[in-house]
Design a protein. Structure first.
Lengths: 313, 438
């Protein structure tokens, strides 16, 4: 079986996505047991390379691999040979000597997963590369939607609001949401809206006038860097919050709020929403574990349902 | 005034039999024999007979073309001979049918004094298999502060002046350069780019960069500098050459300037004529160049402008990088690709066989067009001319491979791809510079 990477959501067909979500669902009972571990990937080696800060993604990949009984190895840029100037190609060659089955990587540069994949036999799973893609975030978002809003997401109206320009989550989500038939609207200040994005089949808006049409409101974090002098993406957080921040007052009943985290209270999201049980934010974190278990499992045993070989849980 | 230099290889005596001679200069497009004697074209006709010491080349089914001239090569010498030098670059050029090539000044040290230029001409005499020449920098050390001694550099043989790789950052500097270059009788070639709009740019700004999440380089970044520089050239009545034009908006500005009589010429690369930003999706660092691959509408405008003559010539912007520089994530890779060995094949297959350009026009834009800008006699397969020609097998299929490339670097966007048409023989300045037929 040729190795299977997951670098972009575009590496997956709709059937693959649905299979991954079904697989994640089948892992849920495991996560509710007292002993939350299955022997499925015993003897397999999974390396987590996080060249950029991460809490949710790195912890859930690590735990997902452990829940499946795989051996894991976690490396960060600080304290590794990267600080001594080792190139990614050489890191790939070095780690490949351990014959890992999967390397999960987060990296600040788009294209890093391709470089890694070209230099290892292991399957590469992208845990975020620059502003390019974050496919596992998209899959867990889809899982949370399916668990909370019903299995059929076709026709669901989603508003993605925030710094679209710098967001790998937005790019993966647009692709995944569209794939499952959702209707996607992007809202951002014009300075943070990438030119040409409408060709992905989304509606582009610069204000919240049509927010009432949304079933799901997906908020993106506003980074402090966007306010650096001379960048001129935004005049102030205050004005951003005024124009684009979401509070209960802006919602109608039934609208569900999502956020990939970490949140900025009082900027893109008001505390009254952040603390409200109706939002899906904590569920997204929970989904991360089941979905990443499913991704690791499918990457090793195969995507086509019938061909799954080796131990099954 | 001597502006190119090469090794003194033996003068060629050849009878090239029954090839299709396509020579826009003499207006010939017919099957002919070409007799080269002591390095000159002695006769073009039918049923020509070879003398005793004349090698006969069977060119049946092949094209016999005036040799190509590249106005935009990065020889990487001095300073980065690990990437390329005059021997390997000139061999690569010869393999691509080139009979002359001009190097840009962004070397280490920069070509900014007559002393360095003269050192290079000596090296060229020792190592180059085709005539090569050199641009000198507009500003010392390409620092954008102080003009070079253009009078002395021009007298030492600089073909023109360029800070290529960097723009002339201000209107005031562009103006001074275009004023002062007149002491040399040469021209200024600009790398048009508004740095304030370039910052952090990775690829063309458009739907592909939006989808990929790579910082865009807007077409505006080029066309603003093109427009400004054209206005200054018009005001100063100076001669301006615009390197590697990549956008439709730049072409519109150049068309207006040419219409108004501004002394401007421009070039386009083979990759901008044949590839678009969509090709970047796989994040192959060999497809990262500056200017970046643009939108399909830009590419179409470039092809139309080349066909109609608004663009004067094809230039490769041959930019070698060693493997370790390109074997990194796309966002960390340097800009640039090599192009000398694939230029004609790519353009013949994509544009001529693709019916976007006729062969004679392509040949004119690769040969006489750039030669005139450089101040060289236009290569011509006609009696009395120095033999500057190439023989091309238009049906040959070949694959671009690391081992097959003559260049020391192999950062080609076409690596691993199958090509149509291959240069089999190149005669440059009357000497055989590349020979795949022997």
């Amino acid at each position: 079986m040729p190795k299977r990477d997951l670098i972009s959501i575009e590496d997956l067909s709709r059937a693959d996505v649905e299979l991954l979500l079904d697989t994640a669902e089948s892992f849920l009972p495991v996560l509710e047991r007292d002993i939350k571990k299955v022997p499925t990937l015993r003897g397999r080696t999974i390396i987590n390379l996080f060249w950029e800060a991460s809490t949710r993604t790195s912890s859930s990949f690590d735990l997902a691999a452990k829940r499946l009984s795989a051996d894991t190895l976690a490396l960060k840029a600080s304290g590794s040979a990267v600080e001594k100037g080792e190139t990614l190609k050489d890191t790939a060659i070095t780690l490949s000597a351990y014959s890992p089955d999967i390397i999960v990587m987060r990296h600040p540069s788009a294209g890093a997963c391709q470089t890694l994949s070209a230099n290892t036999e292991a399957s590469v799973i992208n845990a975020g590369d620059g502003k390019h893609q974050h496919p596992t975030q998209c899959l867990l978002d889809l899982f949370s939607m399916r668990q909370n809003l019903g299995r059929d997401l076709d026709g669901l109206k989603v508003f993605i609001i925030g710094d679209i320009l710098h967001s790998r989550v937005a790019r993966s989500d647009i692709m995944g949401f569209k794939m499952l038939g959702m209707d996607v609207t992007l809202v951002a200040p014009p300075t943070l809206m990438p030119r040409g994005i409408e060709e992905m089949g989304v509606t582009v808006e610069y204000d919240l006038a049509n927010l009432k049409d949304a079933d799901v409101i997906y908020l993106l974090r506003i980074q402090k860097e966007r306010l650096k002098a001379g960048a001129n993406y935004l005049p102030s957080l205050r004005e951003y919050s005024e124009l684009y921040g979401i509070s209960q007052a802006r919602l109608r009943p039934g609208q569900r709020v999502m956020h990939p985290g970490p949140i900025n209270r009082g900027v893109e999201i008001a505390s009254d929403i952040a603390d409200d049980d109706e939002n899906l934010i904590a569920h997204q974190v929970f989904s991360g574990l089941a979905v990443r278990m499913a991704i690791l499992y499918r990457t090793i045993v195969g995507y086509s349902d019938g061909s799954a070989s080796g131990e099954v849980f | 005034m001597e502006r190119t230099w090469c090794k003194r290889l033996p003068a060629a005596d050849l009878l090239i039999k029954a090839g299709r001679v396509v020579d826009p200069e003499s207006g010939v497009d017919a099957v002919r024999d070409v007799l080269v004697s002591k390095g000159k074209v002695a006769e073009v006709g039918t049923d020509l007979k070879a003398g005793k010491n004349t090698r006969v080349v069977d060119a049946a089914g092949m094209l016999v073309l005036p040799g190509f001239v590249d106005l935009h090569t990065h020889f990487r010498t001095p300073g980065r001979e690990d990437e390329e030098d005059l021997a390997t670059a000139s061999a690569a050029a010869a393999a691509g049918g080139y009979v002359a090539a001009f190097g840009m000044a962004n070397t280490d040290p920069v070509v900014d004094t007559a002393m360095i230029l003269k050192g290079l001409t000596e090296q060229a005499r020792a190592a180059a298999v085709i005539p090569v020449g050199f641009f000198a920098a507009v500003t010392r050390g390409l620092a954008g502060d102080q003009l070079t001694e253009m009078g002395e550099l021009g007298a030492a043989g600089a073909v023109g002046f360029s800070d290529d790789g960097r723009p002339l950052a201000t209107a005031a500097l562009t103006r001074r350069a275009l004023q002062y270059v007149k002491v040399s009788g040469r021209f200024v070639a600009i790398h048009a780019q508004d740095d304030s709009l370039f910052k952090g740019g990775q690829m063309h700004e458009g739907s592909a960069s939006a989808r990929l999440g790579l910082t865009g380089i807007p077409s505006l970044c080029e066309s603003l500098d093109v427009s400004r520089s054209l206005d200054i050239a018009a005001y100063e009545d100076a001669t301006l050459h615009i390197c590697h034009v990549s956008t439709a908006a730049s072409l519109a500005a150049i068309a207006r300037a040419k219409e108004a009589g501004v002394k401007v010429t421009c070039e386009v690369t083979p990759h901008h004529l044949t590839l678009t930003d969509e090709a970047v999706a796989a994040l192959d660092p060999n497809l990262k160049m500056n200017p970046p691959l643009r939108a399909e509408s830009d590419r179409e405008a470039l092809v139309t402008a080349l066909a109609g003559g608004l663009i004067d010539c094809v230039a490769t912007d041959h930019a070698p990088h060693v493997a370790e520089e390109k074997d990194v994530p796309f966002e960390e890779a340097p800009f640039g690709c090599i192009g000398l060995e694939t230029a004609f094949s790519v353009l013949y297959e994509r544009l001529v066989l693709g019916k976007a350009l006729d062969l004679s026009t392509l040949v004119a834009r690769m040969s006489a067009g750039p030669a005139r800008i450089a101040g060289l006699a236009a290569p011509s397969v006609s009696p009395g001319a120095v033999a500057d020609l190439c023989v091309v097998d238009p049906k040959a299929r070949w694959t671009v491979t690391v081992e097959g490339l003559r260049s020391r670097s192999f950062n080609s966007p076409w690596l691993g791809r199958e090509m149509t048409a291959k240069v089999r023989l190149t005669v440059a300045a009357g000497r055989v510079a590349c020979d795949d037929l022997a």
